[in-house]
Ligand binder design. Sequence first.
Ligand SMILES: C[S@@+](CC[C@H](N)C(=O)[O-])C[C@H]1O[C@@H](n2cnc3c(N)ncnc32)[C@H](O)[C@@H]1O
Length: 319
Amino acid sequence: MLDYDDEALHYDASRGGEPRARAAADAVERLLPQGPGVVLDIACGTGIVTERLRGPGRTVVGVDRSPGMLGLAGRRMPGGVVRGDATRLPFAAASVDAVVIVWLLHLLPDPEPVLAEAARVLRPGGVLITTVDKNGGYFAEDSDIARVTADLRQQYAPQAPDDSARVLRWAAERGLRVAGRTVFPGTGQGRSPRRWCEAIGAELISWCTHASPDQLADVRRRLAALPDQDVARPDPQYRLVALKSRPSESQAARYQPAPAARQKTDSPVSVVKRSRADTPATELPRLSSPGLQTHRVQTPGTMAMIPPPTPLLPGSPTR
Ligand SMILES: C[S@@+](CC[C@H](N)C(=O)[O-])C[C@H]1O[C@@H](n2cnc3c(N)ncnc32)[C@H](O)[C@@H]1O
């Protein structure tokens, strides 16, 4: 995985900037429950999508493990971000109405610990929205790159951590049902043959990580032979799926929604700095049951101080 602390300053500009973020947030919004509630954006990054999910009566919280990315998110959403690992979320079970995961699963060796944590913090009947098939999004349209990579994709895409069939299998086994799907355009994100070669060489493409060195060398050679080496091919269409959790009988018995749960909860999440770095440094307000509540993560150091904001530097796209 990339070092997102290093990426932070260039991240937004190199990932389609505001148009991509707006398109992603609009697509997530189409799948989110409307009205008041608590939305947790896991792997919020710089918060460029997260901040757009805020709305009347909705409390939006971003969590990310990269201090560099989170510093920028904190500028966008003061008091609304928490440092934490997606495999050990610092939130109580059944405490959020919706979980959003944009562009995380494809980066992971195994998506299940993150999906399981997302399902844990989701209240019964809540919605988990995630991107799937990230690298497949580039092939919504036919192109010479689509043809050159077709064999590898057919062979290895099912092993990608964010493969939609894999995510839906996981969901079905846990009683989550598909509640919606949508796509959003990756404006300005189409890659040229040269950039595909670089991305494959840097092991950034999930369906390539299982291919043999010979297969990778062959596909890179064929990409390098394509015309217009620096001309980007069609923009990708990134896919989102919404999974709705079903209250089981035991969950329903434990979960007693109070009328206050649906009340307007626009108080910002507060970040409390403490004097010792090895104590949990972040606290969220205890919203009226069953609102968002933190729980202490036992491992020291899993939550840390959110760094001061880092200035955004103008920069040209790096990847
Ligand atoms: C590709 S960026 C996506 C950021 C944001 N969702 C967006 O669409 O702009 C991936 C983010 O995942 C974060 N990340 C990776 N692994 C994580 C983990 N285990 N727990 C929390 N965040 C993680 C990285 O720090 C990075 O900010």
